[in-house]
Design a protein around this ligand. Structure first.
Ligand SMILES: Nc1nc2c(ncn2[C@@H]2O[C@H](COP(=O)(O)OP(=O)(O)O)[C@@H](O)[C@H]2O)c(=O)[nH]1
Ligand SMILES: [Mg+2]
Length: 298
């Protein structure tokens, strides 16, 4: 049975056995990203459930939007070698939110800590500097973008998403794997083709649709397990492919660091310019308002 074969291949996967060269990697991190409420935490619970033998448990807190959302980057062990990592959800995916993501993808931030959308260059610089004390060369990060097929097909933040996909690839060597959740919703059949076309245009090479297991609905079926395990197995294929390429961990880390710092710096400068322009506009308005007031007192 394909499903059983997949499950055991995932459980037996050892990152150290997948390269002829000594690459130094010991762990795969499946790092989730996506908007608030699109099913990241539910995907984690689904992956744990499909690989295990136990009952369904809500290990990662999956909640309807109005009841709260994840704010920490908590890690959950899937196998000895594979860990899946929850994340704070985006509101807009504009640069003010994604800067922190690049620091995550560059392996500059420790796991199991709160996620701040740092907007301040000095704070990001300080976090990156802290990571230099014990640089992490042993985690291979696979970015995964979780998107609900129930959702409308992107609004104004379209260009940010495309940029984000390209930057993810530059940071990790892998385009984000797209997981469309809510496969069984009526919207999925309506939106599916358009979503696939859009995500392909963003560069996505792997796009899957799944129905997450939830508190209300978690009867294990072969099809659902197959869908989930196929995603994990294909993520591991991306890892294997990358491990066959030559690697220079120190040089690559420096390049990633330069990217994160440049991104944070440019964002900080743009933000300061915007604030200065706003202040100047307010000052001029006040000045003209006063002049007008003097000329034409009420
Ligand atoms: N029916 C259904 N509900 C889902 C699915 N994925 C997530 N949900 C529900 O959507 C809500 C938000 O999910 P959550 O995993 O907390 O989203 P997150 O903010 O991205 O972590 C929860 O009430 C989940 O039960 C899915 O594939 N199908
Ligand atoms: Mg969550």
């Amino acid at each position: 049975m394909e499903g059983e074969g997949r499950r055991s291949r995932i459980l037996q996967f050892n990152v150290g056995n997948n390269s002829s060269a000594e690459n130094g990697y010991t762990r795969v991190l499946l790092q989730l990203f996506g908007y608030l409420g699109h099913g990241k935490s539910s995907f984690i619970n689904s992956c744990i459930y499909t690989l295990g033998n136990g009952a369904y448990e809500m290990k990662a807190k999956a909640l309807p939007l109005h009841e709260g959302c994840t704010t920490e980057r908590l890690a959950y062990r899937l196998t000895d070698c594979i860990t899946i990592v929850d994340n704070r959800g985006y509101g807009t995916m504009e640069e003010k939110e994604t800067g922190e993501t690049y620091a995550q993808l560059g392996n500059f931030l420790p796991l199991n800590q709160g996620v701040e959308w740092e907007k301040d260059f000095l704070k990001i610089l300080s976090k990156v500097e802290d990571s230099d004390v014990t640089p992490n060369y042993s985690d291979f990060i696979v970015p995964m973008f979780i998107y609900s097929a129930k959702s409308d097909l992107f609004g104004e933040d379209f260009s940010y998403v495309k940029e984000f996909f390209k930057n993810c690839r530059n940071m990790t060597g892998v385009y984000p794997i797209v997981v469309l959740t809510n496969k069984l919703s009526e919207y999925c059949s309506k939106n599916y083709n358009t979503l696939v076309t859009k995500f392909k245009a963003f560069g996505a090479e792997q796009i899957y649709a799944i129905e997450n297991y939830t508190e209300e609905d978690h009867i294990k079926t072969r099809g659902r397990c197959d869908d989930l395990q196929a995603i994990i197995e294909n993520a591991l294929k991306d890892v294997k492919f990358r491990l066959e390429q030559p690697r220079d961990p120190v040089k690559e880390r420096i390049e990633r660091k330069k990217f994160v710092l440049k991104f944070a710096y440019q964002f900080s400068v743009a933000k300061k310019e915007e604030e200065a322009a706003k202040k100047e506009k307010a000052r001029l308005k006040e000045k003209y308002d006063k002049m007008w007031f003097k000329k034409f007192p009420e």
